[in-house]
Ligand binder design. Structure first.
Ligand code: PXG
Length: 456
């Protein structure tokens, strides 16, 4: 493993970066002042930077490197497929072997109501596809006015115009406005949004009822679908109350709404099943996925489409939608090999039965820390909500940037986690061992201690 590339001087790379490279989701001016961390290698659950630091990647890249870094097998598959057929389109009556095999494999792993798979290049593209599909579906059904999609505040569904609009991130909406026909309701975030003394169960029903209220306000004849992440990821790992999804499903059935279950983060094992639809027993009409499908080794995403919707699409003539890289043979071959590794190594079972519960138990111990107001998570995702006063759930002053402080401490000591508002969030590779989880928790706990000392 080449953990350091000595001839590539960090300062030179940072200077080139500063002069030429606009980064996604980045305050460029602040980054230019600080300099980019240049990541040069990865092995297992660790990444390496150009300064030779070894960092335990508690975020699996960006919620995606499920099988961990440095798997030669995927490189070999990509090499062979590129030599065999690097690219061909799937538009005009053609297909390629890896895409056909991958679609069949995904359908086999997906919930029983899934009929077909549509390929995209990313999670954002998958949600653009969903919006097009919802509207095409209802038009085919003779109800074109059923075009509104209801989402939740603080949802993340991507960064293209449709993804951003379907998402509920206000700071993103403010930078350009959202496209028409998308409405937002409250998020099922008990810790932040419950009223004094409101039980988790009562809150779960209230948060779901917001959907029914919105449908009635808009008229069910105008609403085509509801979209939600099973567990909100980028919003801060928000696990909804147990009664939330059953109630959402009841309401969607009652008013004939399609359910789009955004599994871009949760798909391919993260919640201890192949899909969170199985974990939460949700029957969805469209399941967008990306990230874990290829463990991030190559960009590929897609939408698993229910039989009910696929039948209409198949009967409805041409669906005038698709991407040059839909079903890209190299990406599809790598994704299939990634799934083979997850299966062969029993990673989903391991996450469900061993390492997932272990991570959650270890995180739960941090609830005693003076900074930790709430511990949230499931299987291989987790979050710590940091507060100034635990009893009253009073947050720190925004300027304190408590989670950013803790995150910076963590990174400096060799652990990569993300800060979202006042939360520290994590989503380690699914291959992480118990010993590596111990290391993660130790570094996390030290980072919290240090942040606590800083604000005393
Ligand atoms: N849906 C969900 C649920 C996601 O988490 C997307 C769609 C979009 O996927 P692409 O592949 O287009 O990025 C995502 C992506 C964060 C962060 O701040 C999370 C994502 C992307 C960027 C930042 O944690 N998730």
């Amino acid at each position: 493993m080449n953990s350091m590339i000595p001839e590539q001087n960090t300062a030179n790379l940072q200077s080139l970066d500063r002069e030429n490279y606009l980064h996604p989701f980045t305050d460029s001016k602040a980054l230019h002042a600080k300099g980019t961390r240049v990541v040069t290698g990865g092995e297992g659950v660790y990444i390496y930077d150009s300064e030779g630091n070894r960092i335990l990647d508690g975020m699996a890249g960006l919620w995606c490197v499920n099988i961990g870094y440095g798997r030669d097998e995927l490189a070999d598959v990509a090499y062979e497929q590129m030599k065999q057929l690097a690219y061909y389109n799937s538009f005009f009556g053609t297909a390629n072997v890896p895409a056909i095999e991958l679609a069949a494999k995904i359908k086999q792993l997906a919930p029983a109501n899934i009929g077909h798979v549509f390929f995209t290049g990313s999670g954002s593209e998958s949600n653009d596809t969903n919006l097009r599909m919802v509207r095409h579906y209802w038009t085919q059904k003779g109800q074109p006015e059923k075009r509104i999609v209801i989402s939740r505040n603080n949802a993340y569904h991507g960064s293209t115009m449709a993804g951003m609009s379907l998402g509920g991130m206000e700071f993103m909406h403010k930078q350009g406005g959202i496209i028409d026909g998308i409405e937002h309701i409250m998020q099922p975030h008990w810790y932040k949004e419950s009223t004094a003394g409101e039980s988790v169960e009562d809150f779960g029903l209230r948060a779901a009822k917001a959907l029914e209220d919105k449908i009635l306000e808009l008229g069910a004849e105008n609403v085509g679908a509801f979209i939600g992440e099973p567990i909100q990821g980028a919003g801060g790992v928000i696990v909804p109350p147990a009664n939330y999804w059953p109630e959402i499903q009841r309401i969607c059935k009652k008013y004939d709404l399609l359910i789009i279950l955004d599994e871009v983060i949760t798909g391919f094992g993260r919640t201890g099943n192949w899909f969170a639809a199985q974990t939460f027993d949700i029957e969805a009409d469209m399941i967008p996925f990306a990230k874990g499908l290829s463990s991030g080794y190559l960009p590929i995403g897609g939408v698993a489409v229910s039989k009910r919707v696929a039948d209409v699409l198949i009967e409805g003539g041409e669906f005038a939608h698709g991407y040059t890289y839909s079903g890209h043979p190299v990406a599809a071959a790598v994704a299939k090999a990634n799934i083979d590794i997850i299966e062969r190594e029993g990673m989903v079972d391991q996450v469900r039965d061993e390492t997932g519960p272990y991570l959650q138990a270890k995180l739960a111990e941090l609830a005693d820390h003076p900074l930790v107001g709430q511990v949230r998570g499931m299987a291989m995702v987790g979050a710590l909500e940091l507060v100034q006063d635990k009893a009253s759930r009073t947050p720190f002053d925004k300027d304190v940037e408590i989670a950013a402080k803790a995150r910076d401490n963590a990174i400096a000591s060799g652990l990569m986690v993300r800060a979202v508002g006042d939360c520290l969030i994590m989503s380690p590779p699914l291959c992480i061992t118990k010993a590596e989880i111990d290391e993660l928790i130790t570094l996390l706990s030290q980072a919290l201690d240090k942040a606590y000392a800083e604000v005393q």
